[in-house]
Design a protein around this ligand. Sequence first.
Ligand code: DC
Length: 203
Amino acid sequence: MSFTVAIDGPAAAGKGTVSKAVAAHFGFAHLDTGLLYRAVGRKVLQGVDAITAAKTLMAEELQAPDLRTQAVAEAASKVAVIPQVRAALVAFQRDFARREGGAVLDGRDIGTVICPEAEVKLFVTASAECRAERRFAELKQSDPELSLATVLSDVRARDARDSERSEAPLKPAGDAVMIDTTTLTIEEAVAQATAVIAAKRPG
Ligand code: DC
């Protein structure tokens, strides 16, 4: 039996943490779809054409150790506006969503474009200031020169690019349940998501 949980939201809102936690709780497989765009962005930084990179992407490239860098995140956000890149990544995501035993996919367009039939749709968000502070706390150890103002402007630039693109922009599905993590602990956010999924689960 398949059961799809679609979790969308902007960068650093906590959707990755929530997705991993609910997947572990229910025993569902988890796909961070941002890694697909990051893997394509990484190949572009190596000089490969974006559309070719998306069409030839291999599962093992999702394991590359440098996918979490700011440079790759920037490149990912740029390749994500290209319709042919998005189209090349659809089948992989839909196959993953319909696998036996349940799947959680997190991204920007899972509930709206990739899996509009998902049994559960969540939109996990938080204020830009709160997301910048969280990202800054993560990055400052490895980059002591970094300022909060720089991180906030990066967060805003990425939000704008993700939300304003014509192809699959970041927006909640009409039937998504909103979880605003600005004032929630991780445990509270996970508990809200778990409750929504438990209520929709058959049996
Ligand atoms: O979630 P993330 O930061 O790893 O995502 C990297 C970029 O990929 C982000 O700028 C938006 C894009 N993305 C997308 O367009 N659609 C998705 N389903 C997931 C990510």
